[in-house]
Design a protein around this ligand. Structure first.
Ligand code: NI
Length: 273
């Protein structure tokens, strides 16, 4: 079985004691590629360092919407320089977060920074990894509306392969309508551990209606551990539990889901076979 984890924060200090073993366990579990997204300039640099050290690790670079305290030209330039690295396959994670950030002025700044990073992604012709979280973790609200407006305007300005494969809506937690709008803009949809939760029937109903060729599976390690390891620190090898659940939802075998999502990721991030 060949699996891909398109979102794991392996640079986090929660992995300092056993990072090597975590990556080894991932490789042993059949994970052929792992994508580590950046959260600001420092973690973007660490993601690239990990990608240089481990053949199966790739990096994304960017500023997360809740990590904008140090977003200014010098640090953005640092991230821009990293984007030329051959193992940097995307700009991310970038986006909108009205769960943690409630002040209107700061939300405005998030949108402004998102637009700047989208413009940069277009410039370097790399897809984007999009984070989106609503106030109170609602399924739909201002964050969805604002994000879709910004992504639509951006996607319509693209051409060629980036227009066809502009990015992924990471750890998707919206409505079917929002997913549909994302798909209409050619975005992929990232599925994380909550799909395995007991009370997630509504989420599973939505995922059942999404086309398999547009799904990616992600652990978001060290967060969002799936059932049955929900009490543990999450790590990429647990992605099997997410593949199992999607297999059940879409009446496929876990091996088929692994193969399809691995192909989807290869198509989006253009990292080989
Ligand atoms: Ni993340």
């Amino acid at each position: 079985m060949q699996l891909t984890d398109t979102h794991c924060h392996l640079d986090y200090n929660k992995f300092d004691a056993d990072r090597e073993e975590v990556i080894q366990r991932a490789n042993d579990a059949g994970l052929i590629r792992l994508l580590v997204p950046g959260l600001q300039h420092k973690s973007s640099k660490e993601a690239v360092t990990l990608a240089e050290k481990y053949p199966s690790v790739y990096a994304a670079v960017g500023f997360h919407p809740t990590d904008l305290e140090e977003f200014h030209q010098k640090n953005f330039d640092e991230v821009k320089a990293l984007a030329n690295h051959p193992k940097v396959v995307a700009i991310g994670e970038i986006g909108i977060d009205y769960y943690w950030v409630k002040e209107k002025e700061k939300q405005e700044f998030q949108r402004e920074v998102l637009k700047q990073q989208l413009a940069f992604a277009k410039e370097v012709n790399k897809p984007v990894v999009i984070h989106m979280r609503e106030e109170n973790d609602a399924w739909f609200g201002e964050a969805s509306v604002d994000l879709l407006n910004i992504l639509e305007e951006w996607q319509k300005s693209l051409s060629g392969s980036l227009a066809e494969k502009p990015g992924v809506l990471h750890s998707f937690n919206g409505t079917l309508e929002t997913a549909q709008k994302g798909l209409d803009l050619n975005f992929y949809i990232g599925i994380t551990g909550p799909v395995t939760y007991k009370n997630a029937d509504k989420k599973r109903e939505i995922i059942a209606q999404l086309p398999l060729e547009k799904l990616l599976i992600e652990t978001d390690s060290p967060f969002l551990s799936p059932v049955p390891v929900r009490e543990k620190r999450n790590e990429p090898s647990y992605i099997l539990h997410i593949a199992d659940r999607i297999a059940e939802i879409h009446s496929k075998s876990p091996a088929e889901i692994a193969a399809i999502t691995t192909q989807n990721a290869a198509r989006l991030f253009a990292w080989g076979d």
